[in-house]
Design a protein around this ligand. Structure first.
Ligand SMILES: NC(=O)c1ccc[n+]([C@@H]2O[C@H](COP(=O)([O-])OP(=O)(O)OC[C@H]3O[C@@H](n4cnc5c(N)ncnc54)[C@H](OP(=O)(O)O)[C@@H]3O)[C@@H](O)[C@H]2O)c1
Length: 322
């Protein structure tokens, strides 16, 4: 595993981290969740990313991962970074969502109970809340660190200007913003165009990019053009243009570039995200341990020639409607 320093912090993250958003919740067996987490850890993936609402049902991924921690990682807590988040709908009523102090602190307590932990390593505000003063949300994050419930804090899905202002507020509370968690892939370059990576670097903040495989779309199994069994199609969140033959043709062309590099399409997609020095980690999901092995295999070829990058850019396009 390659470990990269997270911004100007003392913390290093694995270049590949494992997220438990989909496929680790309710219906997944302990054996299946455990096998993927153990394989990841054995490959040097020391970071596991969760959120209050991961499942389905919401909360079940944290509960399942808590069981894995108890049964399989009992002696490894200090070798592992665990993150959680609050901000998307978790429970009914006015306190079950968004960025109030009430929601963040209650949700963190609930996550700790499900995980069976005294603290998480990173706690995120999961989304920007336009109706709550940023001072309140950042104050709640700082409070979680000061009360020992989180070691570090981060911001996910924040517009760049709000992230920068949030980081300054956190700094004034004595709790630096460790990390930003945006969505970023060959098929979704929006945050790069908005200047997120430049802003993160200027402020000494690391970044961990989620859905680097566009939820599995950037993988060889979609090249047949049959998307019906895909996770992306099941969640109804296909990247713009991918429902049609032209989109599949672009995937095939990207796969050819990957093949010439000696990589699978998924491996090239991960290497592409990690090509930016501001990216601390690529945050993948996985339905099988073998996918994690393949993803880690991407690290053996992270360099890109200017011609390769230009060819990928020609094929890439924005998926504004995700
Ligand atoms: N902050 C946020 O708002 C937010 C939002 C979304 C996600 N996230 C985080 O990011 C994590 C990853 O998101 P994601 O699951 O969308 O990421 P992703 O890595 O883009 O997609 C994962 C899917 O890709 C397929 N796959 C994985 N490795 C593969 C490989 N080596 N070769 C071929 N196919 C492969 C699998 O699809 P199949 O399951 O179909 O086999 C897997 O479930 C989440 O678990 C979560 O922690 C955060």
């Amino acid at each position: 595993m390659i470990y990269r320093r997270c911004g100007r912090s003392g913390l290093q993250l694995p270049a590949i981290s494992l997220g438990l958003w989909q496929g680790f919740g309710g219906s997944a067996s302990h054996e299946s969740v455990s096998a993927r987490c153990r394989r990841a850890f054995d490959l040097g993936i020391t970071h596991f990313d969760l959120a209050n609402n991961y499942g389905p049902p919401p909360g079940s991924a944290e509960a399942n991962f808590g069981e894995v921690l108890r049964r399989d990682f009992r002696t490894n807590r200090d070798e592992i970074l665990i993150s959680s988040k609050a901000g998307y709908h978790m429970w009914d009523g006015p306190y079950g969502s968004f960025g109030s102090r009430k929601h963040l602190i209650a949700s963190c307590d609930q996550s700790l109970a499900r995980l069976g932990l005294d603290y998480v390593d990173i706690f995120y505000s999961h989304r920007f809340d336009p109706d709550t003063p940023l001072e309140e949300t950042m104050g709640a994050l700082a409070h979680l660190v000061q009360s020992g419930k989180a070691l570090y804090v981060g911001l996910s899905n924040y517009p760049v200007a709000a992230a920068v202002r949030g980081a300054k507020l956190l700094q004034s509370e004595g709790t630096p913003c460790l990390i930003l968690q945006p969505r970023y892939s060959i098929l979704d370059q929006q945050v790069e165009k908005e200047g997120l990576f430049v802003a993160a670097a200027q402020n000494g903040i690391g970044t961990i990019c989620y859905s680097p495989l566009s939820q599995g779309l950037l993988s060889d199994r979609y090249l047949s053009g049959d998307l019906t069994a895909s996770r992306a199609s099941a969640t109804g969140r296909l990247a713009a243009g991918m429902e049609n033959e032209a989109g599949i043709e672009r995937l095939r062309a990207l796969a050819q570039i990957a093949e010439a590099r000696g990589q699978t399409l998924a491996q090239m997609a991960l290497a592409w995200v990690l090509r930016r020095p501001e990216v601390t980690s690529a945050l993948v999901g996985a339905s099988r341990p073998e996918q994690i092995e393949l993803s880690v295999g991407a690290l053996s070829r992270l360099d890109f020639g200017a011609d390769e990058l230009a060819a990928i850019d020609r094929l890439a396009f924005l998926a504004e409607d995700w």
